[in-house]
Design a protein around this ligand. Sequence first.
Ligand code: ADP
Length: 340
Amino acid sequence: MTVAQIKHYFQSRTGRLALTYLVIIMAMTIIFSMMIFAIASRQFDRPLDGHGAGRIIMGAPDNLRVLLNQRAEEARAELLLSLLFLNLGMLGFGMWFSNYLAARTMAPIERAMQEQVQFVSDASHELRTPLTALTSLNEVALRRKNKITDADARDLAAKNVAETNKLYLLTTSLLGLVHAEQKPELMQPVELQRAVSDAMEHVLQLAQEKSITINDAVPNVNVLSHAERLAQVVKILLENAVKYSHKAGTVMLYTKTHDNIVTLFVADSGIGIAEKDMPHIFNRFYRADQSRSKTRNDGYGIGLAIAKAISEQLGMNIRVESKVGVGSAFSIDLPLTHGA
Ligand code: ADP
């Protein structure tokens, strides 16, 4: 290790934390060594201090007392040397151990920070796209030599509103994600049918526009969950099922019950998800190739990340099975509060 590398290490977060751990370890070792030395020293002096066993040799010849004194000094020196070696050994071990501990402590923190940085940079990147479009639209209009007609002005205003709507949708999704990742709220019995119909209200218009039939076969059972958040997850899954279905397709909502767990399925006969996309669809900002080519009005790849975050908090298992060209079935497991 070069001096520059050592300097760099101690400037890093892990290095600084390791140094703190090392100081604590060494401070404890030194204090214990001093205590051992003080206690042992008192024991070495005992026979000569006129108390206890010392009384027996009070009248002992001087040369015996000198010898005992000398032995006590030797024992003290030996103990001091042993403690010195022990402390040096502890310094070596402490350096390795504190580095190990610091690396273990910092690993999840560094990972979380890295994720945060990635999130901010992805979000900024997504925010820039509609902002750039807005700026260039208006710049082009301002640079025009000829007069802007009413029709042009309307067209420009409509485009501005469209880009602003994209920004609104994106910021709403980002806020939704932040909210979804907050700590769990109180879990209560929730009527599953009610949560499903709340979610359905939000997608009916889109379903009608695409002539998609939604078959709701969800029974009237109570599950332990959070009404609003459960409805939000179902809404995201339903919205996707409709969004990624062909015109005049069918979306089905049904349940299966086993061991006091009811599994809610949201299944569609839409475009399906390619195998290579499956491991990533729950990641923030991830959109499969087919979806990416669509307009940004459709979403930003945040919906499923929100659904997953909420599911994790509510202790629901979220899964997907899909086949390209056949369709997808998303499911969530919910604990029944009483029999189905
Ligand atoms: P988006 O806003 O793109 O819909 P999501 O996070 O909700 O973002 O979904 C991520 C990606 O997963 C989508 O872009 C799409 O490629 C894929 N996906 C999600 N649900 C379905 C579905 N029901 N059918 C096909 N693909 C889907």
